[in-house]
Structures are given as C-alpha cells and as structure tokens.
Design a protein around this ligand. Sequence first.
Ligand code: GLU
Length: 283
Amino acid sequence: MGATAIVTRFAPSPTGHLHLGHAHSALFAWRRAREAGGRFLLRIEDIDPLRCRPEFTEAILEDLAWLGLDWDGEVRVQSAHLPEYRRALDALAARGLLYPCFCTRADIAREIAAAASAPHGPDGPLYPGTCRRLSAAERAVRLAAGEAHALRLDMAAALALLPAPLSFAEGGTRIACDPAQFGDAVLARKDVPASYHLCVTHDDALQGITLVTRGADLRPATHLHRLLQHLMGWPEPAYAHHPLITDATGRRLAKRDRAATLRDLRAAGRSPAEVRALAGWPD
Ligand code: GLU
C-alpha cells in the first residue's frame, strides 16, 4: 500500500439499529477502499449522550460484521476523545473565532419571529447573532456566573481570514464552498461538548481519511467542513456523496423512517448476500 492509498470510513451515530440506508453507505465506503487496495475505518459518532446508546454501538459492530464488512485498526469511539475536541475548540477560541451563546431555543425563536427576514441554512434558521453583539464585560459576567452556553463560530470573522474562496473536490471537479449558508454555526452545544461538524472534521483529519464518503443529504455540511479544515490547518480530503437509496415507492430509507433494520432482515431469514443486494450492492 503506497502513501497515497485511499482511506475511507463509515461513521454511524449509534442512535438506533442500522437499516438498509446505512448498509448502502457502509458498503459504498468499504468498496471504494477495498477496490483500490486502501484502508477502511469505522468510527462511532456518539458525542450526544441523550441520543446515543452503547447497546446500539455493539449492535452496529455485529451487524456490519454479519453483512460481511471488515475494517482496519481500532474502532474510534468519539465519546472517548472529548479532550481532543476541546483542544480544537480552544485553538479556535484563542484566535477570536468562537463566542459563547447563552440563548435558549425560545430566545432564538423570539428574535427570529421579530426579525424582518429570517434566512435559513442547512441546519435550520440562521442564528440572528444576538450573543455575538454582547460586550466583553457582559460576556465575562455571564460566564463567571456559570450560565449555560453553546460555542458558535463567528462566521464573518472566519471568512475574513480566507485568502481566497474555498472549494472541495468531488468526482474530479471542484465545487465552490459557501460556508456562510450556516451562519454562526454551533461548534459546541450547551448539553454536548462538541458538535458533529467539529468532531467529524477533526477525526477525518486525525485518522488520515483521504476520501470522505457519505449520503448526499450531508453534502451541504461539506461547505462548513472545508472552512473548519482551513481554519485548523487540517488536510483536505476528497468527497464522494452518494445518492440515498429509496424503497420501491421512491421513499427514502432514512434512519428516522421505520425502514427495515438489518436485524429485522436477518431475523426474517435473509442472508448477508441478499441484504447486500437489497442495499444496492449485489455481489
Ligand atoms: N455520524 C453521521 C451520521 O450518522 C455521519 C457522519 C459523516 O459521514 O460525515 O449521520
């Protein structure tokens, strides 16, 4: 394997059992690596303690092995690495790129309702910037009082650091990035010490992922991830966002749908090869 060998990963969140959509995504990443003699890594994205459960992690490993996938090296479990994400947040904060946001969801909803316009981004309505405008003194008082807060990226400050517009590589072309569509994105939540956007880019860099594969529903997130990579000096992977598989009626097999899980299919007597075919990858 050469130094430039492809490294892909599958990075599920253990919020439930895997279904055919996950199987499609996992096999996509696994095949891209294996066909090129590269490496395929498995990462468990379990930083949200309210939504993730250890028993789902166990089930994910078992289901993937049953499906016929093998992965290289140790499984990285994000919840075991919280200090690493903290360090990345501290580095951004030290450069004045983060600010504490004390707003509740209700505060934000009220501000947005009162605003003349309410632009939306991929993660919902854009934050109106209330806490960005706090004075340093007010911020200090509220922090000293231990008031719960999220950490937001100061998007304008981050964009001002770019020497040239960013883009990302996908399918042999470059796609212009528009990270501003996220506004002041949350990089650490009040109840979760780091956000998906921060952890996923941190880990893709740390683990040497050269090709990030995931569903097309996450393509917008890549615009923000490229910005975080630039700010942190992390290497730039290539991207392959695959179409989401649909059932016979054209309905998306999303995690939140009551799509058949791999466990259900296995219990119903389907073989791994049959399930691979149902997931869009006939042998
Ligand atoms: N953990 C994310 C999810 O399960 C996917 C992360 C990624 O592939 O970028 O939706």
